[in-house]
Design a protein around this ligand. Structure first.
Ligand code: SF4
Length: 311
């Protein structure tokens, strides 16, 4: 849940999710629509779909301690597999997250780029450079210690080398170029600005939503009818607004490489279809605010910001 989602957002759903699915068996037996509902508001639904597939897999085949077998489980990549081995099973492995990459690349002044092979190089170190210490301290404690060190001392821009217990053996600290590690090939992707107008079509306490198609952002989720006011011409999933209307700024959201300014406008359905014929061909439906389908996080945030109560 916490992957690319803030703690605050997760806290709103975490307890309810575990009440609905207290164990792997209950999760493995759920239906797609129930799962979507339980995941609502957390975004990136693919994580939930993988969690569901993983629960089914584990209920059927058990929970392996082998990295390759763990990676065969849907949604489990090299990082999660090594975290499950090191932190879950307390067996030798390095859970190479951003913190570990930063600390270890600085300790050894590793020149392998972040984007090309650094993960694997560090993972291999669990069998050589770190084999003894993993055995002495224990994999779980060692991994958690490095993660904590990366978060609190070996910081991205201002590492606190003078307070660091590893400073005597840290090669980057001794040379004085800690911030050059990990080595990066690419600059951060620049966010593009987009302005979207979200239409609020309310009828008898029901809200009009449309279903996102395959290949669009948030595939299979429901969203407020939306038009693009300003932004990327190549983005065809939203119709362009050709009429001039006064804009009421609502809130800012992000998706993929876009930074989105959301505006909102109340409309009747007939007016919407008149202004934006695009929606005549889309799956549109009214939903009670108390019984929404799997609705996009941005749409929910906008409704909330406008003072609508829903569940
Ligand atoms: S000495 Fe500095 S660069 Fe090295 S691990 Fe500690 S905080 Fe990071």
């Amino acid at each position: 849940m916490l992957q690319q989602t803030t703690v605050g957002t997760v806290l709103n759903r975490y307890n309810d999710f575990f009440v609905m699915y207290p164990d792997l068996e209950s999760l493995a037996q759920t239906s797609e629509s129930e799962l979507r509902k339980a995941w609502q508001g957390l975004g990136y639904y693919r994580r939930a779909a993988n969690l569901f597939k993983a629960a089914k897999h584990i209920v059927e085949f058990g929970f392996s301690e082998d990295e390759e077998e763990l990676k065969a489980i849907p949604g489990i990549g090299p990082y999660t597999a090594s975290a499950l081995i090191a932190i879950g099973h307390d067996l030798p492995a390095l859970a190479v997250d951003g913190n570990l990459k930063r600390v270890i690349s600085r300790l050894f002044r590793l020149s392998t780029p972040y984007e090309k092979g650094l993960d694997q190089e560090i993972r291999n170190m669990s069998k050589k450079e770190f084999a003894r210490i993993l055995k002495e301290i224990g994999p779980r404690v060692f991994n958690e210690a490095l993660m904590d060190l990366g978060r609190s001392i070996c910081r991205v821009r201002k590492p606190l080398c003078q307070e660091c217990p590893l400073s005597k053996i840290c090669q980057a600290s001794q040379v004085g170029d800690a911030v050059s590690f990990p080595v990066r090939l690419k600059k951060k992707t620049k966010l593009h600005s987009l302005a979207l107008l979200r239409f609020i079509c309310l009828h008898k306490n029901q809200i009009l939503l449309y279903k996102k198609c395959k290949g669009e952002w948030l595939e299979d989720q429901w969203e407020l009818p939306t038009a693009m006011i300003k932004g990327d011409e190549s983005l065809t999933q939203y119709p362009k607004l050709t009429i001039e209307i006064p804009l009421h700024e609502c809130l800012r959201t992000n998706i993929t490489k876009y930074k989105i300014d959301n505006y909102s406008e109340s409309r009747k359905k007939t007016e919407l279809l008149n202004d934006l014929p695009f929606y005549k061909k889309r799956e549109l439906a009214y939903f009670s605010l108390q019984d929404l389908p799997h609705t996009s996080t941005a749409s929910l945030k906008i409704l909330k910001k406008l003072g609508h109560e829903f569940s």
